[in-house]
Design a protein around this ligand. Structure first.
Ligand SMILES: [Zn+2]
Ligand SMILES: [Zn+2]
Length: 336
């Protein structure tokens, strides 16, 4: 890699890899969130493609059989199948993970999780009543906004193609679609989110989501109805609609999107999971880090303050068991 230039170093503390950070870092993180497959696919196309095809050849039959069974179990009722795959399955995983997180948040146990808390002085424990209010809003959003929108999406996709086609897409096609969905979400989420930070919209709409300066998992969908539709649902729906994705891909994508947003709000920087530092910092400081992957924040410079913080140094995939608040502690004197 290239050597650090003095112009890049002038405003930074000594930090290894600072010069190669930035956009490339963001792209690497993006690749990780999407599933990291596509990156390698491009870099080592021939050999990796060959291996993946062999892998898919073996497991593809398994998934194809499951899909056929499911189709038969629903008597070919594609609308019901779509609601099941695009709504119930992702929602089930969302609540499964969040139920666990809520137990941790309200009891402060087990310490094997809580020791990874990002804002160490907050949510210890979370006020159960406040959490209950958040859960009620999330349930309202899911029931009265997400369900109708998914039904509408089914009509659109049926008109557009065959979302429940008998044949599953290939492994490569699923990876490619996931990557495109991730990029489309980044673009739509970033700009709609920035718009919601305009004083007019912030005051009436986005302020609700920001009541939690130290977020917890379920806060990912704790938002004003308008924001839930424009910033939470549409950026995730647009990919499958434009691509005419198969229900299997749509279901996988919605599940990934919901779990990624849960992790980015959960308040714990756990080993081997995507770093939540970026969005946690957004909740802490309000006017930084608007995107999901960070690519557009880098391009627009809306992560400039973030990149001068300890949180930025901690914004990495944790590969050890030592919490990053211990290995990269905040300066002794509380700044800002
Ligand atoms: Zn948030
Ligand atoms: Zn915001």
């Amino acid at each position: 890699m290239e050597a650090p230039s003095t112009s890049q170093q002038h405003d930074r503390r000594s930090r290894p890899q600072e010069s190669t950070g930035g956009l490339w870092d963001s792209v690497k993180k993006a690749a990780f969130v999407i599933g990291s497959g596509l990156f390698f696919l491009v870099a080592f196309r021939n050999s990796v493609t060959w291996h993946l095809q062999r892998f898919w050849g073996a497991s593809g039959d398994f998934w194809q059989t499951q899909w056929t069974k499911l189709y038969i179990a629903f008597n070919g009722n594609e609308a019901a199948l779509f609601i099941f795959g695009a709504m119930l399955v992702p929602t089930f995983f969302f609540w499964l993970v969040n139920a666990f997180l809520m137990v941790v948040d309200t009891t402060g146990k087990p310490s094997v999780i809580t020791r990874y808390r990002i804002q160490t002085d907050k949510n210890n424990p979370v006020d159960p009543e406040r959490l209950r209010q958040a859960v009620k809003t999330v349930l309202f959003n899911q029931l009265f906004l997400s369900v109708p929108l998914v039904v509408l999406t089914f009509s659109l996709m049926q008109w557009r193609g065959e979302p429940c086609s008998p044949e599953l897409p290939t492994f490569h096609w699923v990876l490619l679609e996931l990557a495109i969905c991730g990029l489309l979400e980044e673009i739509l989420f970033y700009y709609s989110h920035r718009l919601f930070h305009h004083p007019t919209f912030y005051k009436h709409i986005h302020k609700i989501h920001h009541e939690w300066t130290a977020p917890v998992g379920v806060v990912s969908l704790y938002a004003h109805p308008v924001e839930h539709v424009c910033s939470n649902m549409l950026p995730a729906l647009i990919g499958p609609i434009l691509l005419g994705s198969h229900l299997a891909t749509t279901s996988l994508w919605f599940t990934i999107a919901l779990l990624v947003t849960t992790v980015s709000h959960c308040g714990y920087h756990l080993p081997l999971l995507p770093s939540p530092e970026f969005h946690d910092f957004h909740h802490l400081k309000f006017n930084q880090c608007y995107g999901v992957l960070g690519v557009l924040d880098r391009l627009h410079g809306t992560d400039d303050k973030f990149r001068k913080t300890k949180a930025y140094e901690r914004h990495t995939l944790l590969l050890s068991l030592t919490p990053l608040t211990e290995s990269i502690p905040d300066p002794p004197k509380k700044s800002e």
